[in-house]
Ligand binder design. Sequence first.
Ligand code: UDX
Ligand code: ADP
Length: 458
Amino acid sequence: MPFKKNILCIGAGYVGGPTMAMIAAKCPQYKVLVVDINHKRINEWNSDNLPIYEPGLDELVKAARGRNLFFSNEIEKGIRDADIIFVSVNTPTKTFGQGSGMAADLQYWEKTARQILANSDRDKIIVEKSTLPVRTAKAMERILNSNGGNIKFEVLSNPEFLAEGSAIKDLENPDRVLIGSRETEEGIRARKELVDIYANWVPREKIIESNVWSSELSKLTANAFLAQRVSSINSLSALCEATEADIEEVAYAIGTDSRIGNKFLKASVGFGGSCFKKDILNLVYICRTYGLNEPADYWDSVVRINEWQERRFVLSMLSNMFNTVAGKKIAVLGFAFKANTGDTRESPAIYITRGLIEERALVNVSDPKALGNAREDLKDIREGLEYIEDPYKAAEGAHAIAVLTEWDIYRNLDYKKIFDSMVKPAFVFDGRNILNHRKLFEMGFNVFAIGKTPLKHF
Ligand code: UDX
Ligand code: ADP
């Protein structure tokens, strides 16, 4: 049976892969092809070892792959055959020139636009999936429609709101799907085509339509608001530690106010992930571009607080371990930026491990899914670092444990066995507040958690 439409996704990463797997699963009438310049990644998508870990992803991919879901490196052919093209390439923070360290680096994305133009011989709908600074769709449209006018490209913005670790759940049952377009007849017609795809499984009232700029800005705003909540609670965690209030009690008390709500109030060692920092810096840069320095400073402070929280964690380890960790073994439990993912982009664990190594500690890094990425992140470190998946082995002979990712397995380890194998006095630094602190203290540990009064035997 011929397919109703050919969908192409350029970029087979954390966003492109899972999103296309869900569209393929829910829309058997469409053919979905995912392409990438990275051959290794595509080979992995075609194998039993997918390039990313996400609960539920294996099953989803296996069910659709070869039926209406395909992965390939043939980008140009993919473009020629496609009716709708999702662009999901990376847009990292610029590391050079104007806007370095803040603005989005659009070089991959612009290359893609030019490649689409060069390989198209009929009208197409282009969907921005990557998080892009506001008004990028306009630039994309300019490049695409610089062909003399015989082929028409309609550019839509359809930001992805999935969170890693729960990507499949988020895609299957999203809070909303946002689709922005030009408000012309053609723009609205293209928007409807995309609405039709999502309407195969998303209730119609959850599909929000808007103009392109609102859609692009909403993505940056959503991430800035979420990150701001984490920085807000983290800033107060320091005050709790100084005053004997308990950050979890405070978070619970304020979270019961329905206007505030109880989500995203978990104090932690800091937020990580590929989106929060990048998107806020992007927002800051855009504000500055328009001369809006106060809003720029306001959002910038969310990132500053996060960096401060990470720094504070290392300093707390240092000062509580008698002002030196040189030559002391420390087990870092968890390297991913959050649980249920192997992703380590912007993970606080990177900064903290580096901080400990600078202090000449001997660090054993442990994580159930992220050790491959950890090795990449820390590949320049030659001494004092080991990667040990088994948390018991990682903690053997250690002076301290630092829990940096809230993996479930760390909640229920045999901490008595761990305590017995450690050097005394033994320390626990719980950067995620997932352990039973009182119980650990009674076992003999000195316990330091985020936003809580330390429990120490000396
Ligand atoms: C985020 C957004 O949630 C998602 O909508 C967007 O599409 C991409 O960016 P993600 O980065 O995958 O998703 O994970 P998220 O669950 O938002 O967590 C981000 C970071 O904040 C993690 O490091 C997490 O541990 C931390 N966090 C989150 C806290 O420290 N405390 C909280 O209460 C919540
Ligand atoms: P995200 O988390 O936004 O999905 P990733 O870095 O995981 O980001 O994925 C982006 C993917 O886009 C990478 O696999 C990268 O190889 C791919 N990519 C970047 N530029 C191009 C391009 N010009 N053509 C095809 N794929 C590209």
